[in-house]
Structures are given as structure tokens and as C-alpha cells.
Design a protein around this ligand. Structure first.
Ligand code: TPP
Length: 666
């Protein structure tokens, strides 16, 4: 009671201060403990500017001080919604002023604002017509967590994977020029995204093309973990230039007042001054790439951002504006623990703690623990991540083997060829990459690893459907894309115990291996204390019955086991374990006896495990009733995993229906 009263007083005293200011101050956090964010937000609404802002045109009516107040409200809104729904936090909080300034200076949707990756697009969504639905963020049929062209004309280019913005923006700018249009094109890119080859390819082509385009580099020195690599070190050396653009603007105004000096002469003076400045400063890297470089400026100061953007808006050719921001800006917990607050499951905004503690073992944990065990004995093991150390569990591995943990940045392609180099020279590299992100490295997998039959292990986390992040992050394709390539062994563990044995087995091979496992909690079967070698291409018979043959890979088998028990179906269930090579002998033996067959996988049906079974049956002229259960030829939209599974037809109910349907076939 007493606490509540003091809280109330505090809020009244600080009525003019925003919720964010209150939350940012450590002292206030403890005093605020117990007051719901909703209550604080309600209080905010009394003077809400956000209430009056729906589209970028509304921003242009605001004064600078109103824009500053709006930044706070946007932060409050993001914290409120992400704390309930889960989502990205650090990136969006760090991009608030930058987003407002860009929309203040440019005229979207006429001008095209391309946002890289899109996880930091929440402020953009809030001021481009999606404020009233923002509470549905990442929910099924709700606002998407990334930019999505189907959602809004302000989302110029869809993303989710990093580093595409420069190339896409160049394409958009070129199309504008071909069609004699006049709008501006802006790409907003993070320093993390700049570590990808694709971003460099984009810079290279853009700088050379001389096209009118603005790249805004949002440099917060963070990827998900601290950013790594030479480009990151280079950017860190470039120091802020406070007040530079304001000074420039004032100088111009002064010069314009002097009689006899025309606009052209002033422009010329500024151009020469700019050239001298960029020749001597560290922006020389971008200058050498063909960009006019400006900055760095403080990305949280609207007083810096707005004049800077106005200044570069009408320049000819490729321009890069370097902006320094803080990830998690304005929310003390997110500022302090940037890695954790990059993306969050629902949490208490007052203390920053997640509501659901993950006490259960996840597949990621099982992978990391097994790799640590194996690496203790096998000194050849090197673990590679492409900027996803915590997501892949390699942060744990790094604690044991820092010198054998390598973060290459957002550089999946490089990571695979780098691994190929390690393998050819006697090491045993393990590329721990999400299924969806490995798509980027397909040629490297074929050309650099599989063609040379090198012992690289691909540990594919988040294989299958991932839930709220949606189709950009779903990983349904890996079984199919790997199946097409000679020499590779595709392992699909049904649980965490099999995962550890498969990983161990993979390290004993001298050829490429992919092991795929889903997001989230493992089945909970426990772990054998001894690591076992599994015979390559050997399936496991889980249960024998005469009416139905269920052939599956992965944890989805447990759903089938449950369903079969529930409906008392007399089925043979086989854990195929390997999508390649198949245990042909065992499958054929059962397929010759049982006509009704169901294949099961949490992967695409196009060319996946079920296809492999069909090809085998066809090759051996076995005529069966086959029903394939897997992800259909579609991109499954964002929503909770159970909704996604239902949409894809791989939930228990769908499995049950499929079994009943095939058994009822005449
Ligand atoms: C190809 C690819 N690999 C990995 C990721 C996972 N990922 C999402 S955001 C992010 C960090 C991006 O850093 P930056 O561009 O600097 O944006 P910030 O979050 O710092 O604002 C990473 C690695 C991704 N989205 N795409």
C-alpha cells in the first residue's frame, strides 16, 4: 500500500517526464516496482502526441520538442507491446529517433525507405498506419515482426534475413531512373548487417553505379552479440562529430545573407570543404567505394539527425550517412544486457525478467552440451557461428573453448567456405547455423564442401516452423535442399538423446553431415551418459503392427506415437533417422508387407524425406497408398507454433485425420 502511494506521488511529481525516463533511472525502477506499465502508459496518454500521429505527414506538423516527446511515447509503446507479445526490443528502441527523423525529412511512401532485416522496424510501423494494430505484433493475423510488402505500402521491401537493403534499394533506385521517376531511395542498414558479403556486394555495385541513393548506417556496435570483424573495428575508430551539420546549416545561412555571394558559389565552397573533410577522416573507406561519406552523428539527437538528413537529401550520387546509436536506448535493462534484449519472450517490464523461465532442456542446449563433451576429447573440433552465438548455444561452448569458437559475423556463405578450408587442412568444423540462414550458403555447401567431400558438420538449429518470427525465419527447406546434393549424410534426431549420439557420430565421419533439430524444448527423454556411434543409414523400428506403416524423421514421431496409441491403430512406426541415405532394406521390407504408408517430417514436402520414400518405392515398383505429412508448398505465416503446425497440417489432429483417412481408403 505504502509503496503504491509513494509510486503515485513519484508519478505525479514527474508528470511531465515520460515512462521511459522513469524506467531508465535505476533509482526509479525500484520505486516503480509494483506499478503496472499499463497504468503508467494510461497516464502518458493524457498528453499523448502518439495519439495524433498515424502517418509520416503527421510528424511534419510537430515541433522538435514534440518529436522528442514522441520518441519517448514510441519507446513506451514498444516496451509495453513487446513485454506482452515477445519480440525484438534492443534494435527498435535504438532506432526511434533515426526512424522519426527519416520520416520527418523524407516523404514516404513516395520516397522509398528500405529497412534492412526489419527487426528494428517497430518505430517505423508505429508511424506508418499500424499504430492501432500494434498490440497484435507477431500474433497470428497481427502485425508482422518484420517489414512485409503485403502489410503496408510503407514496407517497401520485405526482409527478415539481414543485409539485403543496399542491393534492394539500388534495384529500386535503378528502376526509378529507368522510368524517369524522381523519388528518393533510402536504405537503413545496421553495422551488424554490414558484415555480410551481400552488403559489400551492394556497396560495391552502388558506389560504382553513381545512382542517387542514401545509405544510412545505424551503427550501434552490436550485432546480436557485440559486432565482430575488421569493419566493426574500423567503424569504432570513427568518432562522433557533434553539431557538425547544425554548424554547416548556420554557416550557409550566414553566407546567404552576404550580398554578392550566389547559391552556386556557396555550393562550391561546401563541396570543396566536404571533400577536404572526407579525404582526411576515416570515412575514406566508404569514399573509396564511391560514396560521399558524412558523419558520424548522434543517432539519438533529433537536432543532429534532421539537419543532417536535410543536408544530404538532395545530393547527387551514392551517399552514406553514418549514425551512432545505442541498442536498447532508453530502457535500462536493455541498454545493460543488449544480447538478451535483442529479442525477448514476454517479460515483466518493471524488472526485465522473462515470465517463463526456460528450465527445460532445449535442443540448442542438448547440442551445445554434446559438442562440449565431444570437443574435450577431440581437439580438431572448431565451432563456427554466423553472428548467432547465443541462439545456437555456442556462447556455452565458448566458455569452455574460447579459442575454438569463431564468430564470423553475419556471413553464412563465408562461414561454410571457411569451414571447408578448416576441414581440408585437418580440423573438424561444426557450422552451427539456423536452417533458414544456411539457405544463403547453398553454393558454398555444394561447391566448397560436398563436391570435395569434406568433413564439415552443419548443425541446423530452428529447423522446421519457428512460430512468431514467421516465414522469413521458418526452416522447412533444409532436408530438401541437402537431399539434392551428393556426398552428404542427413541426420534428423527424434529427441535430444539421439541428437547427442548423431553429433558424436558425425564427428567420426570424414564427409559432410547435416543434423537438423527444431526450436524450443526437447522431448525430455533424458540423455545417455555414454555417447554412441549410430550406424549410418540405419533406421530404428519403434513399434510393429500390420495395418499401417509410419515412416518418419524428427520429434514429430512422438506425436505419431501418441496418436497411434490414442486411436488404437495397429501400426508399424519406423524412425528413419536418416533422410539420406535411407535405410532402404528396412523400409522396403515393411513396405512389401504393409500397403498403407504415412511419411512424416517437419519439413517441406517438395523433395523432402517423404519424396525420398516415394522415389524408393517407385524405383522398386512397390504400389502403396502413401500419404505424406509435412509442410506444404507454401510459406507458413507468423503465429504461435501450434497455429503454424495446424496451418501446415502437421499438428496431432492433422496426423490423426490423415491416419484415419488412409485407413478408411478402399
Ligand atoms: C542472414 C541472417 N543471419 C542472421 C540473422 C539473425 N540476426 C537478426 S538481427 C541480427 C543482428 C543485426 O545487427 P544490426 O544489423 O547491426 O542491427 P541491430 O540489431 O544492431 O540494430 C542478426 C545476426 C539474420 N536476420 N539474417
Amino acid at each position: 500500500m505504502k509503496k503504491d502511494k509513494s509510486l503515485k506521488n513519484l508519478c505525479l511529481m514527474k508528470k511531465d517526464k515520460s515512462l521511459k525516463n522513469l524506467l531508465s533511472s535505476k533509482k526509479s525502477q525500484s520505486m516503480l516496482f509494483g506499478q503496472s506499465v499499463q497504468a503508467q502508459v494510461r497516464q502518458q496518454k493524457k498528453v499523448s502526441i502518439l495519439n495524433r500521429v498515424n502517418f509520416p505527414k503527421d510528424l511534419k506538423k510537430l515541433s522538435k520538442s514534440q518529436l522528442k516527446a514522441l520518441s519517448q511515447e514510441i519507446r513506451d509503446k514498444i516496451i509495453e507491446v513487446v513485454s506482452k507479445n515477445g519480440g525484438h526490443l534492443g534494435g527498435p528502441l535504438g532506432a526511434v529517433e533515426l526512424t522519426l527523423a527519416v520520416h520527418y525529412v523524407f516523404n514516404a511512401p513516395y520516397d522509398k525507405i528500405v529497412i534492412d532485416t526489419g527487426h528494428q522496424s517497430y518505430p517505423h510501423k508505429l508511424v506508418t498506419g499500424r499504430k492501432n494494430n500494434f498490440h497484435t505484433l507477431r500474433q497470428y493475423k497481427g502485425v508482422c515482426g518484420f517489414c512485409n510488402i503485403a502489410e503496408s505500402e510503407y514496407d517497401v521491401f520485405g526482409a527478415g534475413h539481414a543485409s539485403t537493403a543496399i542491393s534492394a534499394a539500388l534495384g529500386i533506385a535503378k528502376a526509378r531512373d529507368y522510368q524517369s521517376q524522381k523519388h528518393k531511395v533510402v536504405a537503413i542498414v545496421g553495422d551488424g548487417a554490414l558484415t555480410a558479403g551481400l552488403a559489400f556486394e551492394g556497396l560495391n555495385n552502388t558506389g560504382y553505379s553513381k545512382t542517387n541513393i542514401l545509405v544510412v548506417l545505424n551503427d550501434n556496435r552490436m550485432s546480436i552479440s557485440p559486432n565482430v570483424g575488421a569493419i566493426s573495428s574500423y567503424l569504432n575508430k570513427i568518432v562522433l562529430k557533434p553539431g557538425y551539420f547544425e554548424l554547416r546549416k548556420r554557416t550557409r545561412e550566414l553566407l546567404e545573407k552576404i550580398p554578392g555571394i550566389g547559391k552556386e558559389e556557396i555550393d562550391r565552397v561546401f563541396k570543396v570543404q566536404e571533400r577536404l573533410r572526407t579525404i582526411t577522416n576515416e570515412g575514406i573507406f566508404f569514399e573509396s567505394m564511391g560514396f560521399q561519406y558524412f558523419g558520424p552523428i548522434d543517432g539519438h539527437s533529433l537536432d543532429e539527425l534532421i539537419p543532417a538528413l536535410q543536408n544530404v537529401k538532395n545530393l547527387e550520387g551514392p551517399v552514406l550517412l553514418h549514425v551512432k546509436t545505442e541498442k536498447g536506448k532508453g530502457y535500462a535493462f536493455a541498454e545493460k544486457d543488449t544480447d538478451k534484449f535483442h529479442g525477448m519472450s514476454p517479460f515483466d517490464p518493471i524488472n526485465g525478467q522473462k515470465y517463463v523461465a526456460t528450465a527445460k532442456m532445449t535442443y540448442t542446449d542438448a547440442f551445445a552440451n554434446a559438442l562440449i563433451r565431444i570437443a574435450e576429447d577431440d581437439k580438431r573440433i572448431v565451432a563456427i557461428t554466423a553472428a548467432m552465438k547465443s541462439g545456437t548455444g555456442l556462447n556455452k561452448f565458448e566458455k569452455h573453448f574460447p579459442e575454438r569458437t569463431i564468430d564470423v559475423g553475419i556471413a553464412e556463405q563465408h562461414s561454410v567456405t571457411f569451414a571447408a578450408g578448416l576441414a581440408i587442412a585437418g580440423m573438424k568444423p561444426v557450422c552451427a547455423i539456423y536452417s533458414t540462414f544456411l539457405q544463403r550458403a547453398y553454393d558454398q555447401i555444394i561447391h566448397d564442401v560436398c563436391l570435395q567431400n569434406l568433413g564439415v558438420i552443419f548443425a541446423l538449429d530452428r529447423a522446421g516452423l519457428v512460430g512468431d518470427d514467421g516465414p522469413t525465419h521458418n526452416g522447412p527447406f533444409d532436408i530438401a535442399y541437402f537431399r539434392a546434393i551428393p556426398n552428404i549424410t542427413i541426420m534428423v534426431p527424434k529427441d535430444e538423446n539421439e541428437l547427442q549420439h548423431m553429433l558424436y557420430t558425425a564427428t567420426l565421419l570424414k564427409s559432410p553431415v547435416s543434423i537438423r533439430y527444431p526450436r524450443g524444448n526437447a522431448v525430455g527423454v533424458g540423455l545417455d551418459s555414454e555417447l554412441k556411434k549410430i550406424e549410418i543409414g540405419k533406421a530404428e523400428v519403434i513399434k510393429e503392427g500390420k495395418d499401417l506403416l509410419i515412416l518418419g524423421v524428427g520429434p514429430i514421431l512422438y506425436d505419431a506415437i501418441d496418436v497411434v496409441q490414442e486411436i488404437k491403430c495397429n501400426a508399424t512406426i519406423i524412425n528413419a533417422r536418416f533422410a539420406k541415405p535411407l535405410d532402404e532394406e528396412l523400409i522396403l521390407k515393411h513396405a512389401r508387407k504393409i500397403k498403407n504408408i504415412i511419411t512424416l517430417e517437419e519439413g517441406t514436402l517438395n523433395g523432402g524425406f517423404g519424396s525420398a520414400v516415394l522415389e524408393l518405392l517407385n524405383k522398386n515398383k512397390i504400389k502403396s497408398n502413401v500419404k505424406m505429412i509435412g509442410i506444404p508448398d507454401d510459406f507458413i505465416e507468423h503465429g504461435k507454433p501450434d497455429i503454424q503446425k495446424k496451418l501446415a497440417g502437421i499438428d496431432r489432429e492433422s496426423i490423426k485425420n490423415s491416419i484415419q483417412e488412409i485407413l478408411n481408403r478402399k
